[in-house]
Design a binder for this molecule. Structure first.
Ligand code: BTN
Length: 265
């Protein structure tokens, strides 16, 4: 075990419950010192019937994953890594769910005093043009409906192993935010409770304006890779289902979803 793994303070569940106050009753949070991925742990609990509001927070993830099969790098004491389970009735549309989660995370970080946050479609939390965090939503279906596992990773302070990553990363400390993991998680769960209630009632459409207000590429030129095609155009935000809107040079509007990556052009 290297020093950075030994020298960190384990997550304090009692402190989290105190900080959650009245909201503590809406969540059942479990702390794991080390696991492969909090999403994997929670998906397994979901298949065993875990209720809405179950969450897992880990100090160490040995196989954290991101969107499009990427590895999610985290380091104990340097990252917040957790997943939350939410259940939806049969046939309820989950379109835009990962964007809704991004809105909740952004609102929570702003409440912690972080300025200059932006959201990049579909699930990146951006600080000053660099990636501060990400959201990975994975869904299991059964006869009762959909169990959505919403995994969230946030960089708190920089770690030497992140300096060579393909995409430059930002940390909360860059924004002079030194909140501990318990406080951050309490803020994020508080905002997720509000956002999930809204999403369950009115779908993503009710959260769209909040997402657009933080959109990193609104009305800017972008390059989009979609199924081995590259498209260039002006990003016109997202529709009421969270699909990306791209205006081509000829003025036509494409609605894009799925396995798509977006970059500034
Ligand atoms: C992305 O930006 O591609 C999504 C990253 C999501 C990372 C979080 S960390 C907690 C949860 N467990 C995982 O394995 N992934 C998510």
């Amino acid at each position: 075990m290297n020093n950075s793994i030994k020298n960190y303070t384990p997550f304090d569940l009692t402190r989290l419950r105190d900080l959650l106050g009245d909201l503590a009753g809406r969540f059942d949070v479990d702390h794991i010192v080390s696991c492969d991925s909090t999403n994997s742990q929670l998906l397994e609990r979901a298949t065993r019937g875990a209720p809405l509001g179950t969450a897992v927070v880990a100090d160490i993830q040995t196989a954290g994953r991101g969107r499009r099969g990427r590895v999610w790098q985290s380091a104990p004491g340097h990252s917040l890594t957790f997943s939350l389970l939410w259940r939806f009735p049969d046939r309820f549309s989950l379109a835009g769910l990962s964007l809704a989660v991004g809105v909740a995370v952004a609102r929570a970080l702003e409440r912690c005093g972080v300025d200059g946050l932006a959201l990049k479609w579909p699930n990146d939390i951006i600080l000053d043009g660099r990636k501060l965090g990400g959201v990975l939503v994975e869904v299991a279906f059964d006869e009762r409906g959909a169990a959505a596992v919403m995994g969230i990773g946030i960089n708190l302070k920089s770690h030497p192993s992140w300096s060579n990553l393909e995409q430059p990363v930002a940390c909360l400390q860059d924004a002079n935010c030194f909140a501990g993991r318990e406080a951050l998680l309490a803020f994020i769960l508080g905002e997720l409770a509000i956002v999930m209630d809204s999403f369950s009632r009115d779908s993503f459409a009710a959260l769209r304006d909040d997402w657009l207000a933080r959109h990193a590429y609104q009305d800017l030129p972008v390059k989009i890779n979609a199924e081995s095609r590259q498209l260039i155009g002006i990003c016109r935000g997202v529709d009421g289902e969270g699909a990306l809107l791209l205006e081509s040079e000829s003025g036509g509007l494409s609605v894009m979803n799925g396995d798509v990556t977006l970059r500034g052009a």
